[in-house]
Design a protein. Structure first.
Length: 153
């Protein structure tokens, strides 16, 4: 893989990571699903499964959370020798606004108050180039820290 091909691959991969964040925040589950290969393995929190398993979990969790904001930064790339796959690690911060009266403990304790839930961590992904397009074939998501505080709404 020459330098120009590597730069173009990096941009395509960043676009997939950004597309994932956009899909989550817009509740566009087809867009989220499009980031992952059919044979993808997703490890995120308490779930290990297919991309459809992840979408079911995420859509169920977020259906009662009116606002989220996911950001990606510091994407690191490690290309395979032949350039057909790449391991990435991308930092993320995810903000969630939980409304007052949300069910307790789902996903955090709120004491009945509007709550800001912030999660920061890493998406450690394996991408492969399939039929000329990059796609995520494995994700391990790690929550490095999180906090929740009363929201000022």
């Amino acid at each position: 893989m020459d330098k120009l091909e590597a730069l173009w691959a990096r941009e395509q991969i960043r676009d997939i990571l950004h597309r994932y964040c956009k899909g989550i925040d817009r509740r566009d589950w087809e867009l989220v699903r499009s980031c992952f290969a059919d044979d993808h393995i997703h490890n995120h929190g308490d779930i290990t499964g297919s991309p459809d398993d992840f979408v079911r979990m995420a859509s169920g969790l977020l259906e009662a959370i009116p606002a989220t904001h996911h950001s990606i930064s510091n994407v690191h790339f490690e290309f395979s020798a032949d350039g057909s796959s790449v391991e990435t690690e991308a930092n993320f911060v995810a903000y969630h606004l939980i409304e007052a009266g949300h069910p307790e403990g789902m996903p955090v304790e709120t004491n009945g108050e509007a709550t800001d839930w912030i999660v920061a961590g890493r998406y450690c992904d394996r991408f492969e180039k399939r039929d000329g397009e990059w796609i995520i074939v494995r994700r391990n998501a790690f929550h490095d820290w999180e906090r929740h505080d009363p929201a000022r709404v």
